[in-house]
Design a protein around this ligand. Structure first.
Ligand code: PLP
Length: 416
């Protein structure tokens, strides 16, 4: 069987495919300690809320309305209106419904946006997507139609008390050139839980404007919803910023609803792409989000339920890790948001890929760090010293996984 160049590229067994397969297999194997995937938590209060909301929407005929009709290619207009009003009021941003488009999950928004701004242009030039700070989200890595679409810069590392550290953008080595078509940063960052500071973001924004390049901020975990952010960080939007949001980490990953907030010209381009690729984005997630906004629940639940839940979980998980792994065995990136902890095993004699294989054999799934450096050209040992773990499972499950992790670390050290 032979495929087109597109087929060859998109049927490859990519890092994200292997991860998803492992997760699928893990889910079917009882007893597996799943610390690998990006599934948000099943928060009982949120699940009860969604259950009641869906029941009421069903009784009022709103669910069948959503299911039985196509929306326009820009997405459900009631949500575009209510969201524009909410964000204008809450954030003071000058936006109207014409500044918002919906997609089938934000993952497909990145595919659209990366290929809209990077790749081969009609004048023969090739543009790339710049990640100003790697590690970055694994889901970006294979989303380019062209090969070598991404370039990234290693971070500066600030060492902090209590065995923690924090990555910062290395502006000295950040190169924005003729071939930069888009700058992209997740804030909070998957996999590290880093939140680039307001200063860093303002600097990136100024650089982007200076070079006339859009700045994409992936706000899948951020404020004002779902609010999984523990540090003080001001959200930023202006017409040069493309802000991507999602309903997934609110607890609705199955709704596949991504939200793009951008200049009208970008929104019109996205609507056209939606029309061609999927006719229209799905309707159920947007119908639910609209109801949540109407009821004043979207931001309230983010602030009062979702954020405190994750904040407590991350605190408990760090306490568990420290019971088994002292600072000289394992450094932890300062947890400022998102649903992961990023662990750094500085002097481990084996790579974290080998550690991942050993953990998998013992029924513990975590993700080795080297997947999270899309576009990093020079070899950097640090990429093989880190692991990402999801801190969402119950603390007994976390403890089982961390105990096995600590044993494998000791075993590797005794071999080294
Ligand atoms: N952005 C980041 C940083 C993520 O971690 C994820 C999912 O894990 C996404 C975007 C994709 O979310 P969605 O479900 O909206 O496609």
């Amino acid at each position: 069987m032979s495929f087109s160049a597109f087929g060859d590229k998109f049927t490859r067994h990519s890092g994200i495919t292997r991860l998803m397969e492992d997760m699928g297999e893990g889910l079917r194997t009882p007893g597996t300690v799943m610390l690998g995937g990006g599934n948000p938590a099943q928060i009982p209060a949120m699940n009860d809320y969604f259950h009641q909301l869906l029941q009421q929407m069903h009784d009022e005929g709103k669910l069948t309305d959503a299911l039985c009709n196509y929306d326009g290619p820009q997405g459900k207009s009631t949500l575009l209106n209510s969201l524009a009003e909410l964000l204008s009021k809450e954030q003071g941003w000058q936006i109207s419904p014409k500044n918002i488009a919906l997609t089938n999950g934000s993952q497909s928004a990145f595919f659209y946006l990366f290929n809209l701004y990077a790749g081969h242009r009609a004048d023969g030039q090739k543009k790339r997507v710049l990640f100003p700070l790697a590690p970055e989200y694994l889901g970006y890595a294979d989303a380019g139609l062209d090969e070598d679409l991404f370039v990234s810069t290693r971070p500066n590392i600030e060492m902090l008390p209590e065995g923690q550290f924090k990555y910062h953008v290395d502006f000295e080595h950040l190169h924005i050139g003729e071939d930069t078509g888009l700058i992209c940063v997740s804030r909070p960052t998957n996999p590290t839980g880093n939140v680039i500071t307001d200063d860093e973001l303002l600097k990136l924004d100024a650089l982007a404007q200076q070079h006339d390049i859009p700045l994409l901020i992936d706000n899948a975990y951020g404020v004002p919803f779902p609010g999984i952010i523990f540090s003080e960080a001001r959200p930023l939007w202006n017409p040069n910023i493309i802000l991507c949001m999602s309903l997934s980490k609110l607890g609705l990953p199955g709704s596949r609803c991504g939200i793009i907030i951008a200049d009208e010209k970008v929104i019109s381009a996205i609507s056209n792409m939606n029309g061609i690729i999927s006719l229209a984005p799905g309707s159920i997630g947007p119908a639910m989000a609209h109801e949540m906004i109407q009821r004043g629940d979207l931001l309230r639940l983010s602030e009062e339920v979702i954020k405190p839940f994750y904040q407590e979980r991350v605190k408990q998980t760090i306490a568990v890790i420290r019971r088994y792994l002292p600072e000289d065995r394992c450094l932890i990136h300062k947890p400022e948001g998102a649903i992961f902890l990023w662990l750094w095993f500085k002097d481990l004699p084996i790579s974290t890929e080998v550690l991942y294989q050993r953990l998998k054999q013992r029924g513990v799934l975590m993700v080795p760090g080297h997947f999270f450096f899309p576009g990093l050209e020079a070899e950097w040992p640090h990429t093989h010293q880190c692991m990402r773990m999801n801190y969402v499972p119950d603390s007994e499950v976390i403890e089982r996984g961390v105990a096995i992790l600590a044993e494998e670390i000791e075993r590797a050290r005794s071999e080294g």
